[in-house]
Design a protein around this ligand. Structure first.
Ligand SMILES: [Zn+2]
Length: 83
């Protein structure tokens, strides 16, 4: 892994803690090298944390998950262009 869009594909599972440990390590490594992704992951982690603390939800609500994905997609498309 080294491409931001590739990381993006796994980001949701990563945040849910459901990602394969080896892929998790890849993402951790990528955000160690990529400032943009680190900023995004940090802010997403914060959002997820707040959601879990404020709500009864153990799991992220599906709706939130979908919003997150579309938000991420928009940001990435702005940055890298549509593919
Ligand atoms: Zn990146």
């Amino acid at each position: 892994m080294g491409e931001c869009p590739e990381m993006f594909q796994h980001l949701n599972d990563f945040l849910d803690g459901e990602l394969d440990p080896s892929l998790c390590a890849e993402i951790e490594r990528h955000i160690g090298e990529c400032k943009n992704c680190k900023l995004m992951v940090d802010s997403l982690k914060m959002t997820v944390k707040l959601c879990r603390e404020n709500g009864p939800c153990e799991e992220l609500p599906l709706e939130f998950s979908e919003k997150l994905k579309s938000l991420l997609r928009q940001r990435w498309e702005r940055k890298f262009g549509k593919k």
